[in-house]
Write a protein that binds this ligand. Structure first.
Ligand SMILES: *Cc1c(COP(=O)(O)O)cnc(C)c1O
Length: 415
C-alpha cells in the first residue's frame, strides 16, 4: 500500500504491527473525542448558532453578533463565566501577555509554580531584560520548581502564607523544558492546596496544547482564567489566527480592556469575515486533537520499538498533544525532522537546516509544512541541537496524514 509513497515493505510491516499494538489506546482517544464533540455540538445548539452569525463587521466592530455567539459558545465549552475569542490576538504569547498585563499592577507579584514558563514569556515577564516587560512596570516575579514532575505543594503553601501573591501561573504543557506535562488531576490537587491558604490569588492557566485532550478543562477544576492559541488545538486547523481567554467575568473584562482600550473593552473588535472559520475550526477541533493524539501514540510506539526514548510512552496518560523523541545523536534528529518536512502537504521540497534562532542558546531545527504559518496543530517537529537530541513533535490534522508524515520521517532517517 505504501510503496508508491516511498515507504519500504519492512517499514510498512512494522507500521501494521504497531497499529495493532496501539489499538486499545486509539480507541480511548475516540471515546474522548466523542465526549468533546458532544460538548461542542451542544454549545452550538444551545446558543442557537445560525447562518446569520457567519456575517462580519468592519471598523470598530460594534454589535458583532457572530463574535458574541462565539464567545458564548467558548464560555459554555469551558464552563466559564465569560470568554474573549479574538483574531486581534496575534498568538498565544500575545494572549498570555494581555492577560498578565491586565491582571497585574505595579508592586504585585506573580508566581509560576511549574518552574520557568514558556520561553517566549521570558521578555514579557522580564526574566530577560526588556523595557516593556512586567518587571519594567514594577511587577515582581517568583517561581517554584516542580519536584519529580509534580507541584511542590508544601513550598507553594509556605510561600503563599509568607508573601502576598497576586497571580499564580500554571503552564500545563512542557514547552521546551525537560519535564512531563501536567495532567488536570495534578492541577486540581494543587488548586485545592492553594485555596486552603489563599482564597484571593488569581489562578491562571497556560492551556496551550491541552484543550480537548481530556474530558475536562481547567476552569472546571477551579482555575480562574485560562489562555490558549487558535493555531493550536481549538482552531482545528481552520482558524487562520487568534487566541482565547476564558474565565471569571471580571477577569475576562479586564483582559478585554487591555486588548482594546479602557472603556471600550470587549464591545469592539471587527471580525472581518473570520467568524465562520473560528466556528468551523472549533467544530473540527475534537477530531483534529484526536488525530494529533493518535499520531503521537503511533509515533511513540513505533520509535520505541526502534530503540529510541519516548515521552510520553504510547500507553501513558497524556495532558497535551506533544510527543518527544530522544534520538541520542544529531544525525537522526536532523534526518527525522527533514523527513517530517518531506511528508508535509506544503513546502515538502524544502529541506530544513539547524540554525541559530534568536532567543535560543543552541542551534534549532524546525520542520513545518503547514497551511497556516506556524500552526502546530498541523504536523510539526523541532528540536535544539544538543544532547540528548530531543525532537518535540506535535499535530496531525488527520491520523492518516499524521502517520504518513511520521513514516516518511522514519524512512528518511533509516535510508
Ligand atoms: C505555543 C505555546 C505558547 C505560545 O504560543 P504562541 O502562539 O506560539 O505564541 C505558550 N505556552 C505554551 C505552553 C505553548 O505551547
Amino acid at each position: 500500500m505504501y510503496e508508491e509513497y516511498g515507504i519500504n515493505q519492512n517499514l510498512e510491516k512494522l507500521a501494521l504491527e504497531v497499529e495493532e499494538e496501539v489499538k486499545e489506546e486509539l480507541k480511548k482517544v475516540d471515546i474522548i473525542c466523542e465526549k468533546n464533540s458532544i460538548k461542542v455540538l451542544k454549545a452550538f445548539q444551545e446558543n442557537a448558532l445560525s447562518d446569520i452569525h457567519f456575517g462580519m463587521t468592519t471598523g470598530y466592530g460594534y454589535g458583532d453578533i457572530g463574535r458574541d455567539v462565539i464567545e458564548k459558545i467558548y464560555a459554555q465549552i469551558f464552563k466559564a463565566e465569560d470568554a474573549l475569542v479574538r483574531s486581534q490576538f496575534i498568538s498565544g504569547t500575545h494572549a498570555l501577555t494581555v492577560a498578565l498585563f491586565s491582571l497585574l499592577r505595579p508592586g504585585d507579584t506573580m508566581l509560576s509554580i511549574n518552574g520557568k514558563p514558556y520561553d517566549t514569556l521570558d521578555e514579557v515577564i522580564g526574566i530577560v531584560e526588556n523595557q516593556s516587560s512586567l518587571k519594567a512596570y514594577g511587577i515582581n516575579y517568583r517561581q517554584i520548581d516542580l519536584v519529580n514532575n509534580d507541584f511542590n505543594d508544601e513550598e507553594i503553601q509556605e510561600t503563599l502564607k509568607r508573601e502576598k501573591i497576586k497571580l499564580i501561573e500554571i503552564q500545563r504543557s512542557r514547552g521546551y523544558a525537560n519535564r512531563k506535562s501536567l495532567t488536570l488531576d495534578k492541577v486540581e490537587r494543587v488548586i485545592k492546596k492553594i485555596r486552603e491558604v489563599d482564597q484571593d490569588v488569581i489562578i491562571m492557566i497556560d492551556n496551550c496544547y491541552c484543550e480537548f485532550v481530556g474530558e475536562k478543562e481547567p476552569i472546571e477544576v477551579g482555575a480562574d482564567i485560562a489562555v490558549g492559541s487558535l493555531i493550536k488545538n481549538l482552531g482545528g486547523g481552520i482558524a487562520p489566527n487568534g487566541a482565547y481567554i476564558v474565565g471569571k467575568k471580571e477577569l475576562v473584562e479586564l483582559a478585554g480592556e487591555r486588548l482594546t482600550a479602557p472603556g471600550e473593552g470587549k464591545e469592539v473588535g471587527p471580525t472581518l469575515g473570520m467568524n465562520k472559520s473560528i466556528l468551523q475550526g472549533l467544530f473540527f477541533a475534537p477530531s483534529v486533537v484526536a488525530s494529533s493524539l493518535k499520531t503521537a501514540i503511533f509515533t511513540s510506539k513505533i520509535l520505541e520499538k526502534m530503540g529510541y526514548q519516548l515521552d510520553p510512552k504510547y500507553n501513558e496518560e497524556r495532558a497535551d498533544i506533544v510527543q518527544t523523541i530522544a534520538f541520542g545523536n544529531e544525525k537522526d534528529l536532523v534526518k527525522y525532522c527533514q523527513g517530517i518536512q518531506m511528508g508535509s502537504p506544503v513546502d515538502s521540497n524544502s529541506i530544513p537546516e539547524a540554525w541559530d534562532m534568536p532567543g535560543y542558546t543552541d542551534k534549532v531545527i524546525m520542520a513545518a509544512g503547514s497551511f497556516t504559518q506556524g500552526s502546530s496543530i498541523e504536523l510539526s517537529c523541532d528540536g535544539p541541537i544538543r544532547p540528548p537530541y530531543i525532537a518535540f513533535q506535535q499535530g496531525g490534522l488527520t491520523y492518516p496524514y499524521g502517520k504518513l508524515g511520521v513514516l516518511k520521517a522514519i524512512q528518511n532517517m533509516t535510508n
